[in-house]
Design a protein around this ligand. Sequence first.
Ligand code: C2E
Ligand code: MG
Ligand code: MG
Length: 254
Amino acid sequence: MLTLEGELRAAWNLGQFEPWFQPICRLGDGAVVGYEALIRWNHPQRGVLVPGDFLKIAEDCGLIETIDWCMFELSCERLRRHDLADTFMTINVSALHLRHVDFDQRLIELLERTGLPPSRLVVEVTEGALLDNPERVRATLERLRAAVIGAALDDFGTGYSSLSYLHSLPLRILKIDRAFVLELDKGANTSSTTVVAAVLALARALDIDVVAEGIETEFQYAALQAMGCDMGQGYWIGRPAPITRWLASGPVGA
Ligand code: C2E
Ligand code: MG
Ligand code: MG
């Protein structure tokens, strides 16, 4: 029997990984304005596997970087081929990538190869990735910005969460973690409503767009819309198929 690591390597050789896409919509009118590319493993016996089933091991055995570069390329190619001219795409970049000083250069070359305009790409980094070496990450994001590639801070509020570094990072998007969105169900005047309102105000002051993650109910959607949140993603928005193999277009779930 193969270990999961062995299985991962075999899967890589057989091309079993591919990006799926979750629409990101403008809460005001429900229009799809972008997509997040999310890795999936088409396992021949176990079906479509999600990152929680294999990402940690792929990171530990050092395979994630190779797999990710292939994901980035496939994602960019698909977006370009789909030709939804005004939409952007976010890709998840693990902390390991940001240790390489040539990460930005490699990404720029990938865009040249695939023909996707850099302004349509946004790299998502987590607060954890920043902790590793904040100065190096900031410098990388600065170089990406100079190349018109955007940056998003993913899962905001779950990690180190220091507000002090926010203003020093060249961010285009802040993604509010779904834990806060979930809490909105408890109604107005909860601590979560206060946190979301404060994050929205801060982002506005810093001229950063906000995407709320994990919107699962109409109530959450309406609450975020009323609070002036720009964009969102989640099972409610993408229903009945929240994350798809192909790029969906048109207004969804509004
Ligand atoms: P993430 O970047 O925060 O992605 C959002 C996760 O929330 C996705 O899980 C998505 O399927 C899920 N989600 C979306 N809407 C909802 C909702 O309404 N409710 C709930 N409960 N969940 C929702 P997924 O696809 O399992 O990905 C998990 C994590 O794996 C991602 O979290 C990201 O950190 C990482 N990841 C995904 N794709 C890649 C990749 O290509 N490369 C790397 N290095 N990491 C990836
Ligand atoms: Mg993400
Ligand atoms: Mg996230």
